[in-house]
Ligand binder design. Structure first.
Ligand code: MLT
Length: 409
């Protein structure tokens, strides 16, 4: 008799952003005249830069010509894009072409990477954090059993990221040693970023304990303060213990186009049995990639390549600056409304404390029904997110201003 993967039964019925979309659509249906401002999911609103559009058109023409048509590309990505990544993102950091895997999104890679590890390892996940890390561990079976009372999984080491540690947990605060550690910096949802000293302490911890760090820096384009690493490989020795995920979604407005990359250094190894030889994680990820993926489209990779031209760099910076202004509008507006908030400096996300201690979902309902503003309930990112709420700076500027006017009135 056919049976399902029971791990799926331990998940919330819907993915966080699907639940939000459902609630918002229902409300809009019942209130067709409501002018809803969406500051929930971190989806970009600025159009693609002209140079990216030109690259798409040019490569589409190539695909329609017998002399330049291309079928399957390398599963790991074309060299022309990898060369640009090395030159622009990893100058002097010693990352090699065969360590870069171009993909269709950091969500797919951060969600899929667990497959190369043993399901019995102990996984450390910040609480709160991007829900994909936990949900995919639940699906894979690494998370253990769900406890209805604590709302936590038995095999996950929850790394508290709260006001008490300024949302920046240190390895010294751990009471158990994780084999795998997910770090998202600048963080989704809290909007805070780890400085070099703190990141160094995580790298040293991983080296001492033979753990691996999964470093998600999808929001690195928003870093503006000094001493915040844009890549974990800026930390000495990180190549031995860290896999890095980067994305063009938030950097270059590719949420609809889909392109990202994962770096798995050759030095990154893990054991499978005491006394046995270490195995290269690069080799495993390569095996997994070539089996499950046929590469990102040639057109999309040409589009990604174009952002590394002078014109491309200028255009994506303008978009990032636009979102950064929105973040400032959010921070100023919320402060004016007397709401305590965090993030929004090195990040497109503003993390706010709900007024009067009301729950995240209650606040969601109030914002939706009273102010017609959509945000993301903090508790959707983990139990420590209860009583918090996330707003995104990726919206339209006029609408962001209007949202803050509605709140401050
Ligand atoms: C978010 O809103 O947290 C992000 O848009 C989700 C994602 O990047 O998948």
């Amino acid at each position: 008799m056919i049976k399902i993967n029971e791990n799926f039964l331990q998940l919330e019925e819907n993915y966080l952003f699907s639940t939000i979309n459902k609630k918002v659509s229902e409300y809009q249906k019942e209130n067709p005249n409501a002018k809803i401002i969406k500051l929930g999911i971190g989806d970009v609103t600025r159009p693609l830069p002209q140079i990216v559009v030109e690259a798409i058109k040019k490569s589409a023409d190539e695909m329609g010509n017998i002399n330049t048509f291309r079928g399957y590309g390398p599963e790991q990505g074309y060299e022309f894009l990898k060369d640009k990544i090395i030159e622009n993102e990893y100058k002097n950091l010693g990352i090699k072409s065969n360590e870069i895997f171009i993909s269709d999104g950091a969500k797919c890679d951060t969600g899929g990477i667990i497959e190369i590890f043993n399901p019995n390892i102990k996984v450390g996940i910040m609480n709160p954090v991007y829900p994909v890390y936990l949900d995919t561990n639940v699906m894979y079976g690494t998370a253990g059993k769900y406890d209805q009372t604590t709302k936590q999984y038995s095999n996950i080491i929850y790394i508290n990221s709260t006001e008490n540690n300024n949302f920046l947990p240190k390895p010294s605060e751990l009471t158990e040693i994780p084999d795998l550690i997910y770090i998202c910096s600048p963080n989704n949802p809290t909007g805070v970023a780890m400085n070099a000293e703190l990141l160094k302490s995580w790298v040293e911890f991983a080296k001492q304990n033979k753990s691996i760090i999964l470093f998600d820096s999808a929001y690195k384009a928003f870093i503006e303060e000094d001493n915040i690493p844009h890549s974990i490989y800026e930390i000495e020795g990180a190549k031995e213990v860290a896999i890095e995920f980067k994305s063009y979604s938030k950097t270059a407005g590719f949420t609809g186009l889909r392109c990202a990359y994962t770096v798995v250094p050759q030095e990154c190894v893990a054991n499978y049995k005491a006394g046995e030889k270490d195995i290269s994680l690069n080799k495993l990820w390569n095996r997994r990639t070539t089996t499950k993926f046929n590469g990102v489209s040639y057109i999309t990779q040409r589009a990604a390549e174009s952002i590394y031209t002078e014109e491309g760099k200028k255009a994506i910076k303008e978009n990032i600056d636009y979102y950064k202004e929105n973040a400032k509008i959010l921070l100023d507006g919320l402060k004016k409304a007397g709401i305590q908030c965090y993030g929004g400096i090195n990040s497109p996300y503003v993390w706010l404390k709900t007024p009067n201690g009301i729950s995240s979902w209650e606040y969601f309902d109030i914002l939706l029904k009273k102010y017609n503003i959509v945000g993301t309930p903090g508790v959707g990112f983990g139990t420590n997110g209860e009583g918090y709420f996330r707003l995104t700076a990726f919206g339209d500027k006029a609408k962001t201003i209007e949202a803050m006017e509605r709140l401050t009135k």
